[in-house]
Design a binder for this molecule. Sequence first.
Ligand code: UDP
Ligand code: MG
Length: 321
Amino acid sequence: MIRNAVKAYIVVPCYNEEEVLNETCTRLLGLMESMRRTNLVSVQSRIVFVDDGSRDATWQIITELEQDYPEVCGIKLAHNVGHQNALFGGLMTVRNDCDCAISIDADLQDDINVIPEMIKKYRDEGCEVVYGVRNKRDTDTFFKRETALGFYRMMKLMGVDMVYNHADFRLMSRAALHALSQFEERNLFLRGMVPLIGFKSDKVYYDRGERFAGESKYPLKKMISFAFDGITSFSINPIRLISAIGVIACVISVIMAIYAIAQKILGHVNVGWTSVICSIWFLGGLQMLGIGLIGEYIGKMYKEVKRRPRFIVERYIGDRR
Ligand code: UDP
Ligand code: MG
């Protein structure tokens, strides 16, 4: 059976990537060419570079590439908005032009050779989302590997549904992109948002390479703030934790009260100790509980202001006239 060629867009966020762009473009063009030859993708497929307010020659290079190759498009963001926002901006800009979009980092640390596999899963198996998952993390430093592992574990503990060892290398169909567009939140954490969409999804596995040039745009400071954003954008468990500590403190206060009163009756204590110790535990517990309670309401508001879609329709059948 001959299948239709897919109109695939590859979306690449770029921030100060002058050192890698030409090489990245060459590799992606090569891939496009081979996918076109096998009739996997159509001639209308594109490579879209999103310049996230770079301060170097990134945009300059993108415009040159756009002139040289008809497959290359460029989107220039007005200022630096960060990886997640830049990627989201790129995907939302192209979402009505393509059948599916594949997002990948400019440094090509993710293996572009699994992209055909992703597209096949979309075309032949009807997957709306295909996650690229790293097999092993040999090329990352011990520190980065361990912190990332701890991060996934913590997110799980916080009740966030994430694909283990998946970064932002994924294919999304037009339907999935449309669903994503309904998320109105401002603090983007795409890794947590995409699984919330649902639809049929699958994974492809690859080995992550090293950055071939330039340096990481994710220093430790950004990594920490990214992790913190991930937790606080998806979970109100930290607030619940405060309530739980409050309840525990109140329970302890009862035990302490019994203990303190017993000590007083036995006459082992200085004057005033019993009342002080009882109030400290009881009031402390009460305060925690109060903060937790207020937090509960803030948590509810936080969920409301996000205005996330409450449902996503996958299919609608029947005669609509
Ligand atoms: N990036 C971006 N805006 C930023 C920071 C990074 O668009 O403010 C892009 C960057 O150009 C790259 C991707 O995000 O394409 C991932 O960055 P990097 O490879 O430096 O992160 P790492 O792989 O070290 O986690
Ligand atoms: Mg990288």
